[in-house]
Design a protein around this ligand. Structure first.
Ligand SMILES: Cc1ncc(COP(=O)(O)O)c(C=O)c1O
Length: 421
């Protein structure tokens, strides 16, 4: 059953604003279910962790349920494999200290030019601290896909770690994650996957892709500003934690330093409940496909993400047409309509004669919100030679965006393109 956009949009109070939100790769709007969970937490259960009194017990129950829900979302083996934190960047900076503890001078690690800087610099800094060298894997500038030949060569150095992304926040490319993890494991490397951009667009199964770590951020998938890290239990268990003494030595607590953002965790739970509703309401077509491997909430979440992905193909196709029809537009990343499976609907482009900032400002005047610049994927804009000229304009629909909104974006861009340049 296809998504009912009217019903979907009713779940997002901020979509009542007369605006077109295409800034989603920078952060989505929040679902009512997530807001409800946060309000209920703060007004009914607000307390610190591990007290013997009622609100503390209730609060702990919410935090535990948030870990369970996130484990279901990612198909982790158990909730103890989920570490919450402020955001992906802070989690990565933190755990990179623990992961790099055993690196020795002469060791190597691998990062890619296609990644957001949050999955590059934490590793480069850790490497500097330990006297470890960093190898960079390129992407093909003509279509934004990862250079797998170079990846193979980089892995020949038997690196300690490969850090790479599930999907690019600049070019929209979805990497062949399972295959790359296999290649890295064959070379003896641990694999750290940044799934921040992929999480709102498709199903994730950490056991199927067999990664060691995977990170995402709930404000990119309809929840509040809170990050989550999956780590294989045995690894989390053995890693040295940078923590204060009274904190337990078991995962995930040993990495959840200080008082957590409890209302944020409640909000993550609510966002996942929203997605569970999407799966249960609209995901009927995917029951058969997934029922063998998943059940209950895990199944409904897979149904949700598959339904969302299928709707987003249509939106991608339309957006691609709209951009390609506009004179002066250059799209960076995959544009072959037969290869939409290999991308999320995040499209970046430049418009001849216009600075990306000016395009974003003109679109804002039309009530259309988009990003411009490098969105912290500075390795991408540098590689494409666009860093000095203001980067690119980025439009990123999600499943609550409508066909009419994409049409209106098209009209607005064509108006800008024909005014000047
Ligand atoms: C691909 C990717 N990785 C990492 C991040 C950083 O996430 P956070 O803001 O949670 O630190 C972002 C944010 O835009 C991103 O798009």
């Amino acid at each position: 059953m296809p998504l009912d956009l009217q019903q979907i949009r009713q779940q997002f109070p901020s979509l009542r604003r007369p605006a077109i939100f295409l800034d989603n790769p920078g952060g989505t709007q929040i679902a009512q279910a997530s807001l409800d969970r946060m309000l209920a937490y703060l007004t009914q259960h607000n307390a610190n962790h591990e007290g013997v009194f009622a609100t503390s017990r209730e609060s702990d129950a919410v935090l535990e349920e948030a870990h369970r829900a996130m484990a279901d979302f990612l198909n982790a083996e158990c909730p103890e494999e989920i570490v919450f934190g402020n955001n992906m960047t802070s989690l990565t900076l933190h755990i990179s200290r623990s992961i790099s503890c055993t690196w020795k001078p002469g060791d190597e690690i691998v990062v890619t030019h296609l990644d957001h800087d949050a999955n590059i610099t934490p590793w480069v800094l850790a490497a500097q601290d330990r006297g470890v060298s960093v190898r960079w894997v390129d992407f093909h500038p003509e279509d934004g896909t990862l250079n797998l030949e170079e990846m193979g060569k980089a892995l020949e150095g038997k690196p300690r770690l490969l850090a790479f992304g599930y999907a690019s926040n600049a070019l929209g490319t979805i990497n062949p994650v399972k295959k790359v993890v296999e290649m890295a494991h064959a070379a003896g490397a641990l694999v750290y996957v940044d799934a921040v951009q992929y999480a709102p667009h498709g199903p994730i199964d950490v056991q199927a892709i067999d990664c060691d770590f995977l990170v995402c951020s709930s404000y990119k998938f309809f929840g509040p500003h809170t990050g989550a890290l999956y780590g294989r239990y045995a690894l989390l268990d053995e890693l040295f934690p940078y923590k204060v003494r009274p904190v337990p030595n078991d995962p995930p607590g040993k990495f959840e330093t200080g008082t957590q953002n409890h209302e944020g965790l409640a909000g993550v739970l609510g966002a996942i409940e929203y997605l569970e509703w999407v799966g249960g309401t609209f995901g009927g077509d995917y029951v058969e496909k997934y029922a063998e491997r998943y059940s209950e909430r895990r199944l409904r979440l897979k149904q949700a993400m598959a339904t969302i992905r299928s709707y987003e193909f249509e939106i991608s196709r339309l957006l691609l047409d709209v951009l390609e029809e506009t004179p002066g537009v250059t799209i960076y990343g995959l544009t072959d309509p037969r290869r939409l499976e290999e991308r999320v609907p995040t499209f970046s482009f430049t418009l001849k004669g216009w600075h990306p900032r000016q395009v974003a400002e003109e679109l804002d005047k039309a009530g259309i919100y988009v990003w411009d610049g490098n969105y912290y994927a500075s390795a991408v804009t540098e590689r494409l030679g666009l860093e000095e000229s203001g980067g690119m304009v980025r439009v990123g629909p999600v499943h609550y965006n409508t066909v009419e909104e994409i049409d209106r974006l098209g009209e607005a861009i064509r108006r800008i393109a024909t005014n000047k340049g």
